[in-house]
Design a protein around this ligand. Structure first.
Ligand code: ZN
Length: 414
């Protein structure tokens, strides 16, 4: 039999999204279901019930990651794993993360409907604290699973009220007894909304995600001289804010020279002493730079430093740039990328390859097993916003593609 163009049940998948969205509603049609809150517990309970109704066995690890397992014919083989996260931002949408978990569950329900057996077991996962809004940093559950983070450090993270991640896991009853640690996984797939506008702009239904961009963060300072705003003529000024503004325009130009391939953001800037009638003597700011390759990211770094040199000569203000974080690009496994592309093609869905601009649990899982992601469009590229929307048709297209890719790895019985 060919497993390639089986269709999931689109109505059932959409209805699950709408059911889940009732838990932890936001104030503007989205969701506020932050990790390890009472509402997160209710969302987890509902997911667990659905999985058990689909004949799966749910286990919880010591980080609260939930694994729903459908046995394989040879149950000692490593599982094909798929999923994402049910937690949301404080003003989050109904699809970010949720789509990846529910598409995985729907794929299993479809396999049940069609009586499909696989050699490898299938596991549907809900990772704890992907968002990181309540307990920063993000992607902690998959981070501990992959060995990137230490569990003790994760347990100690506090929210703004001083509650710890470990304490809250226990309070909502989701600190499980299975050790949270790497184990053999045949392949990992994650469905997610794009959270950007590229698929929608091109009218494509499926993003075949080949990896995640390299990223570098900086803390920057511009140093000038505080002077009286009314008495200091232009030639006597070393205005740090004017100098910083020139640099910010250069930073934007570094991005635009790279078309679609680069990202530069000054997300935070503050001038000191911060008085209306004093030329600022100091500006502190952040830079977030991203590119698909480390080489290009390094080239962007050189252009940034050259621009700062040039502006020092022009303005007399000092520029300091301190790298505060670097993250290597993630390159997903070619065999998983191929399986996703084949799945999209066999269903006749328009697709394009795409690099993710955002981090995902799949980045950590890429260290454990061959991994890749499936993106679908979301309206206007809006995400981390209650207005976030993905259409039932695109959700179904993503889940169909996921099912095809999973079955390619799980060895369907003829
Ligand atoms: Zn997400």
């Amino acid at each position: 039999m060919t497993a390639r163009n089986l269709r999931i049940n689109p109505t059932r998948l959409w209805d699950m999204h709408m059911e889940m969205a009732k838990i932890g509603p936001g104030i503007a049609g989205g969701n506020n279901r932050q990790t390890l809150t009472d509402d997160d517990k209710l969302g987890r309970d509902l997911f667990k019930r659905w999985c058990e109704e689909a004949g799966m066995t749910v286990s919880i690890d010591t980080m609260g990651n939930m694994f729903a397992r459908r046995p394989g014919k040879n149950d000692s083989l490593p599982p094909v794993m798929t999923g994402s996260h049910l937690d949301t931002q404080p003003t989050g949408g109904r699809f970010d993360g949720i789509f990846g978990v529910l598409a995985a569950l729907e794929a299993v329900r479809t396999m049940n409907d069609l009586g499909i057996e696989t050699e490898h077991p299938i596991e549907v996962v809900n990772w704890t604290n992907e968002e990181g809004s309540r307990f920063p940093p993000p992607m902690v559950g998959s981070g501990v699973f992959s060995g990137t983070f230490k569990q003790a450090d994760a347990y100690a993270i506090e929210d703004v009220d001083g509650a710890t991640l470990g304490g809250e896991l226990e309070r909502i009853g989701y600190k499980g007894d299975v050790a949270c640690a790497q184990r053999p996984v045949k392949a990992f797939f994650e469905c997610h909304i794009e959270q950007g506008p590229m698929l929608e702009n091109e009218g494509k239904s499926i993003g075949v995600v080949t990896g995640v961009q390299a990223m570098r963060w900086y803390k920057g300072r511009v140093l000038g001289e505080a002077r009286h705003a009314g008495t200091t003529p232009p030639q006597n000024r070393k205005d740090a804010l004017t100098a910083a503004s020139k640099l910010f325009i250069e930073i934007d130009a570094i991005m635009r020279r790279r078309g679609d391939e680069g990202r530069c953001t000054v997300g935070l800037a503050q001038a000191f002493p911060g008085s209306p009638n004093v030329c600022p003597d100091r500006v502190e700011f952040t830079i977030d730079m991203r590119n698909p390759t480390t080489d290009e990211l390094n080239a962007m770094d050189r252009e940034l430093r050259a621009a700062a040199e040039q502006l020092y000569t022009e303005t007399g203000c000092g520029f300091e740039l301190e790298e505060s974080w670097f993250s290597e690009p993630t390159v997903f496994a070619q065999e998983c990328v191929d399986a996703i592309r084949n799945g999209a093609e066999s269903h006749g869905h328009g697709w394009r390859e795409i690099m993710s601009g955002a981090g995902h649990d799949a980045v950590h899982m890429n260290r454990v097993a061959p991994t890749a992601m499936i993106f679908i469009p979301c309206t206007d590229g809006i995400s981390h916003n209650e207005a976030e929307y993905a259409s039932p048709e695109h959700i179904a297209a993503g889940a169909d593609t996921l099912l095809a890719a999973m079955l390619e790895f799980a060895n369907v019985q003829e």
